[in-house]
Design a protein around this ligand. Structure first.
Ligand code: V47
Ligand code: SF4
Length: 368
């Protein structure tokens, strides 16, 4: 089968052969994949690679989100969600309110809570530490995946600690891992234009490296489909791949397609579904050392997310239970995102894969 694929790969034959032989792709080869319109070939190669890593399995977990506040000291151009403190539509939940939400999830076999929000001006590491401690009191077995590197940078500085000590401290409060947000695009010129004020690419990478060294695994993201080029995407993926060579601490990569509703970059159109699929395939093939690629259905919509499973993605994220506003505010198809385990199983099976419930570290809980 793969031999036939290689035979029909035309000018990408040498790349197809390298993938078959398990060899690492160069930046130029990654760019050639992005520039190709041979979608059947990209799909076949990415699926071949996905099957080497996770066979027919597609993973999901039972999770919900806590979004402590959308008040943010930054104002990234692509963000539809942040508000200034007194602005209409701003919200902030206190710890008691957030723990009430956790109580609603008790007894539902939820294994993970994802905590991400704006960079709130007056909340420091000790505030979030108490939140983590409270979550673990209400849901003792839950895995807390919390805070983008950008939130961590601010809350740790505000507490007057070094990054190393801050991460250690959060770990003692009960933080288990770090989500992938805040990476956006690492290129400094593009970053300046879309989110110039917030933590630099170098700091994002440093925080993840230190987290990995502290025993906190993490995810990585890339916000794409706005003003960046394919070369910027490859450079971004290359930096993630190098850090992963060093630490091995990334569990999953989540490509985040730019959504253009209600933000100051709304004049930029959104890329089409084929470009989204191409990005999944290239990410799977180029990131040869990050085990999982997430198709984040909340952002993509269920149909596109399901299709991405044939372009190298092997993870659907989780059931969510209508607990996130970030994507509905930027124009996502899913306005009240929630999937039951039954829905998730049907959804993955219908795409031709075996649904596997996992924990946050990809240990298998059950196969369906
Ligand atoms: O960093 C903000 C992105 C991210 C828009 O680690 C946008 O498991 C598209 O990182 N269009 C936060 N994207 C979300 C995130 C995430 C989500 C799911 C799972 C995990 C994980 C991480 O959302 C931000 C930013 O890159 N974002 N606005 C927008 N208009
Ligand atoms: Fe703030 Fe994050 Fe939105 Fe940027 S993307 S404005 S850091 S909430």
């Amino acid at each position: 089968m793969i031999e036939t694929i290689i035979d029909r790969a035309g000018n990408l034959k040498h790349i197809a052969k390298k993938i078959y032989e398990g060899k690492r792709l160069t930046a130029d080869e990654g760019l050639s994949l992005y520039r190709s319109d041979n979608m059947p070939l990209l799909a076949s190669l990415a699926l071949f690679r996905k099957k080497q890593i996770s066979g027919d399995s597609v993973f999901f977990n039972r999770n919900f989100h806590i979004e402590p506040s959308n008040i943010c000291i930054y104002a990234c151009s692509f963000c539809s969600y942040r508000r200034a403190k007194e602005q209409a539509g701003a919200w902030e939940s206190d710890i008691a309110e957030m723990l009430e939400l956790c109580k609603k999830h008790a007894g539902k076999n939820v294994t993970e809570v994802h905590v991400v929000g704006g960079v709130h001006p007056s909340r420091d590491l000790y505030f979030y530490g108490e939140l983590i401690r409270g979550i673990k009191t209400v849901l003792p077995k839950v895995h807390v995946k919390g805070f983008t590197a950008v939130e961590l940078d601010y809350m740790i500085r505000k507490a007057g600690l070094s990054i190393e000590n801050g991460l250690e401290k959060l770990k003692t409060y009960g933080l288990d891992s770090i989500p992938g947000g805040g990476a956006e695009i690492f290129d400094s010129e593009i970053r300046k234009q879309i989110c110039g004020k917030k933590s630099s690419a170098q700091l994002w990478l440093k925080i993840h490296e230190l987290a990995h060294n502290t025993g906190l695994p993490s995810n990585a993201t890339m916000l794409y489909g706005h003003i960046e080029t394919y070369a910027h995407r490859i450079a971004h993926l290359e930096q993630l791949r190098s850090l992963q060579d060093k630490t091995g601490g990334f569990n999953a990569f989540i490509p985040l397609k730019y959504k253009n509703a209600n933000n100051s970059m709304s004049h930029i159109g959104e890329i089409n579904a084929l470009e989204v699929m191409k990005n999944f395939a290239v990410s799977r093939l180029f990131l040869d050392n990050i085990p999982h690629i997430k198709s984040y259905w909340v952002m993509l919509g269920k149909g596109v997310a399901q299709t991405a499973l044939n372009f190298g993605a092997d993870d659907m994220d989780g059931t969510i239970d209508d607990s996130t506003k970030i994507y509905s505010m930027s124009g996502s198809e899913e306005t009240s995102p929630a999937m039951s385990v039954y829905d998730m199983v049907q959804f993955i099976s219908a795409a031709g894969f075996v649904p596997v419930e996992r924990d946050s570290l990809y240990n298998i809980i059950q196969k369906f």
